[in-house]
Design a protein around this ligand. Structure first.
Ligand SMILES: [Zn+2]
Length: 240
């Protein structure tokens, strides 16, 4: 078979198992639709041995440079990065829709009155269907007025039982430039990095080797440090 023909066959096979979208009801996003990402879309081989499953809601905003293929690429890389910690991506819901007034950039500078949170983060978070699983990831255009390309909000001081009252807790926000940013390791993923923060409720560490939560950009890599793995495994967001 020629290379082009093989590629065409692979593309057909990929389309064959991609589910179609259904309306995403009870949300504040325009033209909102959602589909379940099947495990073989994230694990081209078999799903690895694991102890923990992470459910996930991914909201891809329309009219950004994000595409479904790019979202799936981040999910596949995240799946590979988390596998050595015994964590697999379980029920992943991929939602798409338009932001309020068609907006897809997040203004990180304008704060919600009386809170140390960007108003847009609070607003977009509250638009997600109430029954959607946490953590919730937003693939957005740009993070305006921010120094970083991706950001996440951990549980903080809020108790696990209380967290549902604060829909912006356990969310990650990833601009499309984070997807394109040149990295020393192509296996690295901004999605995995932000989800690791959310799961471990921890920040960055140093060291002279590359790893997922390194404090220096040039040292970001796909390997997860053992203590970070253990901290992630304690997350109440994981299903055992
Ligand atoms: Zn970070």
């Amino acid at each position: 078979m020629t290379r082009a023909l093989i590629a065409a066959c692979l593309a057909t096979a990929a389309l064959a198992f991609a589910q179609s979208y259904r309306p995403w009801t009870d949300t504040g996003f325009g033209a909102a639709r959602v589909r379940t990402v099947e495990s073989r879309e994230m694990y081209p081989e078999d799903v690895p041995e694991h102890t923990f499953e992470l459910p996930l809601t991914v909201v891809l905003l329309d009219q950004t440079n994000w595409t479904e293929a790019r979202a799936l690429r981040e999910l596949r890389k995240t799946a590979a990065i988390f596998a050595p910690c015994g964590i697999v991506l379980g029920d992943v819901q991929l939602a798409r829709g338009r932001g309020p007034d068609g907006g897809h950039d997040i203004d990180m500078a304008a704060l919600y009155p009386g809170a140390d949170m960007p108003a847009a983060v609070v607003d977009f978070s509250a638009r997600v269907a109430p029954n959607a699983a946490w953590p919730r990831v937003f693939l957005v255009g740009r993070l305006l007025g921010d120094t970083v390309l991706a950001r996440s909000y951990q549980q903080g001081a809020v108790g696990d039982q209380e967290s549902r009252r604060f829909p912006y807790m356990n969310t990650a926000w990833i601009s499309y430039r984070a997807h394109w940013d040149e990295r020393a390791e192509k296996e690295y993923s901004s999605l995995a990095h932000e989800l690791a923060h959310v799961l471990c409720r921890c920040g960055h560490t140093g060291g002279d080797r590359r790893h997922l939560l390194h404090e220096k950009r040039n040292f970001l890599g796909a390997a997860v440090l053992e203590p970070d793995c253990r901290a992630m495994q304690l997350s109440p967001l994981l299903e055992r």
